[in-house]
Design a protein around this ligand. Structure first.
Ligand code: BGC
Length: 343
């Protein structure tokens, strides 16, 4: 179903596409920014809970700076120093996070109109043409993002792009999940499990140093599910630098596999995260400060948590990290799934 989602400051008309499945689950995506706006999941009492943070209309997303539900690219997360070298040439990007580039630089993919290529009751495909030199990156590329709501209560996000020249690609979804409902306050009592024995150590500006640190014996250990808030205040370098959890975990195994899970005892809703990528940023909304969100709700610090599947941050500067260089005419083809069930 397609409905009006308002008009941008430039006068572009945005639409909201709603998909439903036979279990009563519902999601909504807008063509502004290819943003995931709503995820409605039946809770243990059979009531629908919206489990993602967001805004009521396109203007909210236009003004927002927190990447609610956003499709982030060309390169999600940080590129240290705001420049990189590829095939002997130096490319300069916008420094929008201290001395570094975060989430592509200021000309964000989630602040542009995407083209709806297909839409029905269970999926929507959106396309964005990113030109040679866009955000400072080489090579033109047509990016396709498809959201599918499956019969198994999965929100499946498929990314596909074939660049014209060698370039960097690292797209992610920046949804903030709160499984007790977006309007329920901080997520600190919700449990998280991350399938990772190590995380990538980062400096004060959240740029990886290149070291992989075992999680064993640290507050970063989520191999067994635990409440997010249990150790978030611990005196630990990573937590000081990130003002809470804001790091990339090294997801165990290769290929498509589970990366994490989250659970709310209050709603009974569990979410499992799957990816075929090597890393995942687990970010606990440490920088949300009084944000006017959906339905008049004011979001506060740590009211949602992001599970951003990705190549490791700053991989372009770290030989030992895989990606994110995609060769000319080669496909960047990756899938992330957020699956919901009652536990
Ligand atoms: C980053 C955070 C940043 C946030 C923006 C995350 O991906 O790791 O440091 O503040 O995005 O909302």
């Amino acid at each position: 179903m397609r409905s009006d989602f308002g008009t941008t400051a430039k006068g572009e008309r945005a639409a909201l596409y709603t998909m439903k499945n036979q279990n009563g689950m519902e999601i909504a995506v807008t063509d502004y920014g290819a943003i995931l706006v709503k995820v409605l999941v039946p809770d243990k009492d059979g009531k629908l809970k919206d489990v993602v943070l967001g805004y009521d209309d396109v203007r909210g997303y236009e003004c927002g700076t927190l990447y609610f539900g956003a499709t982030v690219g060309r390169v999600a997360n940080r590129i240290g120093g705001g420049e990189f070298e590829l095939n002997g040439k130096t490319y300069t990007l916008t420094k929008n996070d201290n001395q570094n580039t975060l989430h592509g630089g200021t000309d964000y993919y989630d602040k542009r109109m995407w083209k709806v290529e297909e839409a029905d009751d269970s999926h929507i495909s959106l396309g964005l043409h990113s030109s040679d030199g866009d955000q400072g990156f080489p090579g033109e590329v047509d990016i396709h993002v498809t959201y599918t709501l499956t019969r198994d209560n999965e929100v499946k996000i498929h990314y596909y792009a074939v660049p014209g020249k060698d370039t960097l690609l690292n797209l992610t979804n920046h949804s903030y999940f709160n499984l007790s409902g977006h309007d329920s306050g901080p997520v600190l009592d919700q449990e998280v499990m991350i399938c990772a024995d190590a995380f990538t150590r980062a400096d004060e500006e959240s740029v990886p140093t290149g070291e992989l640190v075992p999680v064993e014996g640290t507050p970063m250990d989520f191999r067994m599910a635990k409440p997010i808030g249990r150790e978030i205040q611990a005196d630990y370098e990573a937590l000081d630098f990130g003002q809470g959890y804001d790091h990339n975990w090294v997801i165990g195994g290769k290929g498509y596999r589970q990366a994490a899970s989250m659970y709310s005892g209050q709603s009974g809703i569990e979410m499992k995260v799957f990816t075929d990528l090597p890393g995942m940023q687990f970010y606990t909304g440490n920088f949300i400060e009084r944000e006017n969100g959906k339905g008049g709700v004011i979001y506060r610090r740590r009211q949602g948590a992001c599970f951003e599947t990705q190549y490791f941050p700053d991989a372009v500067h770290k030989e030992q990290f895989e990606g994110p260089v995609i060769k000319a005419q080669e496909a960047y083809d990756t899938t992330t799934v957020y699956q919901f069930q009652l536990k």
